[in-house]
Write a protein that binds this ligand. Sequence first.
Ligand code: NAP
Length: 239
Amino acid sequence: MRTVLITGGSRGIGAACVRAFAQAGWRVAFLYHSSDSDAKALVAATGALALQADVGVSAEVNLAAKQALSHLSHIDALINNAGVSLTRQLQDTTDEEWRHVLDVNLSGAFYATRAVLPGMIARKSGRIVNISSIWGMVGGSMEVAYSAAKAGLLGFTKALAQEVGPSGITVNAIAPGATRTDMLNEFDEDALRRIEQETPLGRLCEPMEIARCALWLCGEDTAMMTGQTISINGSRVIA
Ligand code: NAP
């Protein structure tokens, strides 16, 4: 049975990934940080293994990856999904805020990937999917730290795809547009309506639409696709 480790699996896009992979017959382990009750409910619904870890702390990720590996026996796919946003003008961004956004969105992917790669390289097979953002592609005003972290994730994706291709491992990114999760809670109804109006397809993305793409990127149909970014955004790109 194929196995997947998903970071930030307790809510939103990560939780949709847990459900999508479990429904497709994969054995699933996921990392979460603070949403204990959401994680427990998801475990009950899917049979996945939940592991508490801060993805921004390498020792915690290493320990959780070790526990996931001993539970799953091997890891076929890794979804680097955990993320936090920050809406702040650059001159008002503190060192701590900057580091936190970079730690969770970018360093977390590095720590989790580094922890699972040796097994993938030994088996000459693996799939890595990094959840970036349209802001990583075009940049978002008032979201410089977040945009920088998500753009970093795209560079990480392209470089790692080159490095581990000879080991039979693919590395791709998904860059979602505004997706209906808690991450949009800071927007009021009017702001959400404006985003929908700016989107040619006229609505927000649904978490499951991102999750199904991640599942596809871990399947046989995409075995020759690597180093790519797929943007699911309803054609909403603001330059
Ligand atoms: P969300 O609903 O806020 O969920 C975020 C997830 O990340 C939660 O499971 C959370 O776990 C986890 N997380 C946060 N900090 C963590 C940490 N330090 N260690 C471990 N896990 C941590 O957000 P989402 O919208 O699903 O976002 C998922 C990914 O999609 C993120 O990378 C985000 O940047 C990206 N994205 C989202 C949108 C959007 O519009 N929603 C658009 C583009 C890209 P706990 O709740 O357990 O703390």
